[in-house]
Design a protein around this ligand. Structure first.
Ligand code: FES
Ligand SMILES: [Fe+2]
Length: 379
């Protein structure tokens, strides 16, 4: 792991005895999961400054196709322009603030028409026509373009950053796309076969924390444990993303796996967890969007090669296993942890880490929490 994270600015008392050494550090104090002020601060300093995953280039193949999303509490829209460029905008009209588009689809004409007073924007965001404004003094349409948002593409996945002064995506994420492509060479052509969302009664970090460690798997997911060789084959901890490579076992009904197939897990700062389960070509992306201090909305996108989704029995088995079993087990866990974090009987626990980075390590929780503290320490 490159050691560039600096959390020295935060008064040590504010973070308990949390330290930069995962082997000797207690966990993040519980108020980081329950305090409204910390939550508000996180929304601004973590989520509204991070590169947030929002979709895939195959969601916007044709000119004029678009999808809307809410990122870090902000409504946004992604649209493929008449010039074939995919752009992101705040989904808000420059006149009086009405939302411009809903859901996903294809623009009816060559631009975006606000449903309130019909201002018309080109797909590059410039305001082309505003009704009955000829007599308006000093009204210059060029001052009323849509507010564009920084966008980046990595292995077909689309990321956006709401911060106009954000650091370039490649500065900290350059190895991420190649890592995905190493295991899923066709990922740029994958399509979203399923998209689901779950409202979870837990802070977004509880859900990401839970995804970040395999320590709980043999206990909480006895069926998943049958599929997974416990020894991790490969672990990477970069500044803004991580990779955990495991291997499959045989003997899970429905999957009929060969032993030793890759079982991959990626994580991207701050709230993205990804899995590629063995037995078929798939990428499951989970995004934990903050939705109040003790709540988050988990979006699950299942990507597969086009046409495979409904036909490949192994893929259907993967989907059902994940949706109906592992994820349900995890939701029950994280909601219980959130209740526990609010208890007067708990504040800080302990990261279970070892110098060898064994399969059960909780080093990735520590990695995440270091970055949260670092982000909060900034102005
Ligand atoms: S708010 Fe969009 S045209 Fe008036
Ligand atoms: Fe789990």
């Amino acid at each position: 792991m490159s050691n560039t994270i600096q959390i020295i600015d935060l008064p040590s008392g504010d973070r308990g005895k949390f330290s930069t050494d995962s082997l000797n550090s207690p966990t993040l104090p519980s108020r980081y999961y329950t305090d409204n002020n910390i939550y508000d601060d996180e929304l601004k300093k973590v989520h509204q400054r991070a590169w947030n995953y929002t979709g895939h280039v195959t969601d916007v193949v044709e000119r004029g196709s678009y999808f809307t999303d809410t990122v870090a509490g902000q409504p946004i829209v992604i649209v493929k322009g008449q010039d074939d460029i995919i752009r992101a905008f705040f989904n808000v009209c420059a006149h009086r603030g009405h939302e411009l588009l809903t859901g996903k689809g294809k623009l009816k004409g060559k631009g975006i028409v606000c449903p309130y007073h019909a201002w018309f924007y080109k797909t590059d965001g410039t305001l082309q026509r505003a009704r009955l404004t000829e007599h308006i003094k000093d009204f210059d349409t060029s001052e009323y373009s849509l507010r564009e948002i920084s966008i980046a593409f990595s292995a077909g996945l689309i990321f956006v950053n709401l911060d106009k002064d954000c650091e370039p995506f490649d500065k900290s994420m350059s190895g991420f796309g190649p890592s995905l492509q190493k295991y899923l060479p066709n990922i740029e052509n994958f399509v979203a076969a399923h998209r689901l969302s779950y409202d979870i009664n837990a802070n977004w970090k509880v859900v990401v924390d839970n995804f970040s460690e395999a320590y709980h798997i043999p206990i909480a997911h006895p069926q998943l444990a049958k599929v997974l060789e416990q020894e991790a084959a490969d672990i990477m901890l970069e500044d803004r993303w991580t990779f955990n490579g495991f291997r499959s076992r045989t003997g899970f009904e429905g999957l009929e796996l060969e032993p030793g197939l890759p079982y991959c897990a990626w994580q991207a700062w701050p709230n993205i967890c990804m899995l590629s389960l063995p037995g078929s070509e798939n990428l499951i992306v989970l995004r934990m969007s903050p939705n109040g201090v003790g709540k988050c909305s988990e979006r699950v996108d299942v990507y597969t090669p086009k046409g495979d989704a409904e036909n490949d029995p192994k893929l259907l088995a993967v989907r059902d296993l994940f949706m109906n079993m592992f994820n349900q087990e995890d939701i029950a866990i994280v909601e219980s942890v959130q209740r526990g974090l609010s208890s007067l009987g708990y504040d800080q626990g302990r990261y279970i880490c070892d110098a060898e980075q064994s399969w059960f390590t909780e080093a990735q929780l520590h990695w995440l929490h270091m970055q949260v503290l670092e982000a909060l320490a900034k102005d």
